[in-house]
Design a protein around this ligand. Structure first.
Ligand SMILES: [Zn+2]
Length: 428
């Protein structure tokens, strides 16, 4: 969208509509422009979003006197507000916006809340960082072009859900720069399937690997470390799972399996092409707030240590109300490069189920606050449609990665801000 005369008019209207709350300034204007761009220039949609953030109910035709009266009514019961970056433009402290996470009694909106700026995303979703324009433009475009047109061995995922065999509606291909992995000497399991065909990195993928490794390791060095996570500069991007999403593709709520990447993994997800809704919510409570982020072309979302334990995510199917905006190179196709740092120890020593001999999957218990935090290995047979129920506590400093006897305490981790579990386990 260019800043043509029409856009200027819309910016002027927005500025006029909210000037009693948000004083006009060049910074305010660029903020409105950011919102307008994310709404693809649709003024009504932008107004609706800003209304949500400010807890007011205005329309693009409302004149300012009427708007003022309305705002005073609304001030009695403000809606959940999260667009904290608006705060820097609001002088009156009574009009400042509170984040949901720090808000009154952790009030949860029954509507998904869209987060636009890096600050809003990183404040509201713990263990996530967002990085726009991570690759040089030519490299990002070249990767997008190749990966959206590559017709060699992009295949749907197969998985089991409640005993039923399902096929994903997006396509997947794995690449690696490690000779041992692409030669099949080290087997990579994904959704309990051994991936036998792993393609080699080309020059573009190698360049992307180096840039992303540097960025991720820099981020690790700047953040608080969790006990089991990998340290900088050891995070590697030598294996990438490339997902190709079409207009009708989606991916249900899930956390990524930690089986081959260990506890507190760091997963870097690069979005190329068409921008899709990535939704995020905490694993508990069951009605946790849903957040939407829409990473534009060439944006890296890093899911840091703790994210897979505490949060789940999905790629939301798009609705008729919000049609996808085609990307000039890939149209409605979104390419997602997911870098997971596979750990040799976990690939080689993944325990087998004592009851049936199947490989086991690593997860962390979270449902019951009394037992939350315990890492467990669970028989993967249930994913192939049969129930086994085999389970054993994980212990990461053991060679077997499991406890040696039944009553031994295994490895566990609770989020420091998880008051509910700390109280239930008498850890306060
Ligand atoms: Zn089993």
């Amino acid at each position: 969208m260019s800043t043509d005369g029409l856009t200027e008019k819309k910016l002027e209207q927005l500025s006029k509509l909210y000037r009693d709350i948000v004083p006009a300034s060049p910074e305010t204007e660029s903020f409105y422009l950011e919102i307008l761009v994310s709404c693809e220039g649709n003024l009504e949609a932008a107004v609706e979003l800003i209304n949500d953030s400010l807890g007011v109910q205005r329309t693009s035709e409302t004149d300012i006197l009427c708007a003022k009266g309305k705002h005073e009514d609304e001030a009695v019961s403000p809606a959940p507000k999260v667009q904290k970056s608006l705060n820097s433009f609001i002088k009156d402290p009574n009009n400042k916006i509170k984040s949901v996470s720090e808000g009154s009694l952790g009030k949860i909106s029954n509507r998904a809340i869209e987060l636009f700026t890096k600050e809003d995303i990183e404040t509201n979703i713990k263990y996530v960082s967002v990085h726009k324009n991570v690759l040089p433009e030519l490299l990002a475009n070249s990767l997008l072009k190749k990966l959206s047109q590559d017709n060699d061995s992009f295949t749907p995922n197969q998985f089991y859900l409640f005993g039923k065999k399902c096929t994903s509606n997006h396509l997947t291909k794995m690449f690696s720069s490690s000779e041992e992995i692409s030669a099949g000497n080290i087997r990579i399991y994904y959704n309990s399937y051994s991936l036998s065909r792993i393609a080699q990195y080309d020059d573009d993928l190698k360049m992307a690997q180096l840039l992303i490794e540097d960025l991720v390791n820099d981020c690790i060095a700047q953040r608080d470390l969790l006990p089991y996570q990998i340290r900088s500069p050891n995070w590697k991007g030598d294996v990438v799972l490339v997902n190709r999403y079409y207009k009708e593709s989606n991916l249900d709520w899930h956390s990524d399996k930690m089986t081959s990447i260990g506890p507190q993994p760091i997963i870097a997800s690069l979005s190329l092409g068409c921008s899709r809704e990535f939704r995020v919510r905490k694993n508990y409570p069951s009605n946790s707030q849903i957040y939407i982020i829409r990473p534009p072309h060439n944006t890296l979302v890093i899911m840091h240590a703790g994210f897979q334990e505490e949060y789940r995510h999905c790629v939301h199917g798009h609705s008729k109300n919000s049609p996808l905006k085609p990307h000039p190179i890939s149209g409605h196709v979104r390419i997602n490069l997911t870098y997971r740092c596979y750990l040799r120890k976990f690939l080689d020593r993944c325990p087998k189920c004592k009851k049936c001999g199947s490989p086991m999957d690593l997860r962390r218990a979270f449902k019951d606050p009394k037992t939350r935090g315990q890492y467990i290995w669970q028989c993967s047979k249930s994913y192939t449609g049969q129930e086994c129920g085999g389970v054993i506590r994980a212990k990461f400093d053991n060679d077997s990665l499991t406890v040696q006897n039944f009553d031994e305490e295994g490895s566990r981790w609770l989020a420091p801000d998880d008051q509910e579990a700390h109280s239930a386990q008498d850890l306060n």
